[in-house]
Write a protein that binds this ligand. Sequence first.
Ligand code: DX5
Ligand code: ZN
Length: 224
Amino acid sequence: MERIKIYPSVLSADFRCLAEQIRTVEDAGADGIHLDVMDGHFVPNITFGPVVIRWIRRLTRLSCWAHLMIMEPEKYIPAFHEIGMDGITVHPETGHDLSALSAQIQGLGMKAGLALNPETDASVIEPVLDRFERVLVMTVRPGFGGQAFMEDQVEKIRQLRRMTSSRAVPFEIDVDGGIDPGTAPVVVRAGASGLVAGSAIFSQPDPAKAMDAIRGAALGGSPS
Ligand code: DX5
Ligand code: ZN
């Protein structure tokens, strides 16, 4: 079993001291930075886009993935490439041709991920899963940090693990939403290999310690 990856989501960070917050999680062993891009249409919230993220990119050597919760991802993928994103995650719920999106992302030299809203069945993405490097199971309705973990999504993690079990290299299944030391072992036991966490890291008095707590708890769910 690979080491569980932890991706802090800066959605819950204190942007007054973002550089310090990112340095803290980088020093504490974060595996990448998760950037939630929201357009107020795909989700009922607006966050930040390439103008802001290009500066965040310069704050860290960690890999940076943009989680695009926007209606027209194809329009903005080139801009995210220009500012140095390592990977882009898109949603099937926008109705786009997923193979075309992965080709666009990978054609620019980035990695492609697919995120599933809670109401979307894993079977929807099964035919195109081979074209993506990662999948992201949403365990909250996308749009806001700090929401309660949706336990009913755990079965979807198991399904995706089964769907990808024949691969030579283990497929990365990430989980996003309500991840904390209590829920981390639950999703890892179900087959998750990466954890996105926002408020359980950045809304805590000591983000480094909070990240350690998630990692420690996740180990309890790892198969030995
Ligand atoms: C929600 C975002 C998440 C968010 C998670 O739409 O996709 O990445 O930052 O926040 P927490 O960890 O607080 O649930
Ligand atoms: Zn996210």
